[in-house]
Design a binder for this molecule. Sequence first.
Ligand SMILES: Nc1nc2c(ncn2[C@@H]2O[C@H](COP(=O)(O)OP(=O)(O)OP(=O)(O)O)[C@@H](O)[C@H]2O)c(=O)[nH]1
Ligand SMILES: [Mg+2]
Length: 196
Amino acid sequence: MINFSKTEFLKSAALPKDIYIGEAGEIAMCGRSNVGKSTLINKLCNRKSLARTSSTPGKTTTINYYRIKKDFYITDLPGYGFARRSQSERRRWADLMESYFRNALNIRLALLLLDVRHEPSSDDITMINFLVGSNLPFMAVMTKSDKPKKSELSEKINFLNEYMEKYSPIDSIAVSIKDSKAIDKLRNSISDYLEI
Ligand SMILES: Nc1nc2c(ncn2[C@@H]2O[C@H](COP(=O)(O)OP(=O)(O)OP(=O)(O)O)[C@@H](O)[C@H]2O)c(=O)[nH]1
Ligand SMILES: [Mg+2]
């Protein structure tokens, strides 16, 4: 079982030349801006502000690498689908992502975060197709499960579960920052899948 609490910040990459290329295994956090990627890294690692978060989208603008154990990293990626970015920022984002995925030969698992309240957006679908097309194993993680009304939650989870089953053999999981049991379950699923 991974001891996420020993995680430490390793480096940031703002430009393709800064992208980490090495032997270590990697867990990549992908998803739309504001879906909760940086927040989830903090929760998994039981830390308040290892990764910086914000209530406004577009907070993470660099690729941030965190070492969870010797030879294993978790990578916080800048989110997609954030409309209010300048043309040049969008270009930089696209170049950075393209370079990241081209060089990330050691991604052992991607976590694709989806807001439990919404159906996948066209950007999410592009991401899903990319992961499938690249043969990258991924687990859908539905975030913000504290937000829907209790009466609607299971319907939303079932919808996304069924949706994602078509694309990934790995079971989806619903989490919330307010539900430490769900976070624990996610830690276990990641450890079990990676056998680390
Ligand atoms: N209620 C609730 N809020 C959450 C949850 N997870 C994240 N948030 C909030 O969602 C907002 C965005 O979280 P971030 O972690 O910064 O989102 P991000 O995906 O890293 O966004 P970018 O860095 O822009 O790509 C913050 O205000 C978080 O507190 C959750 O499970 N429940
Ligand atoms: Mg972020």
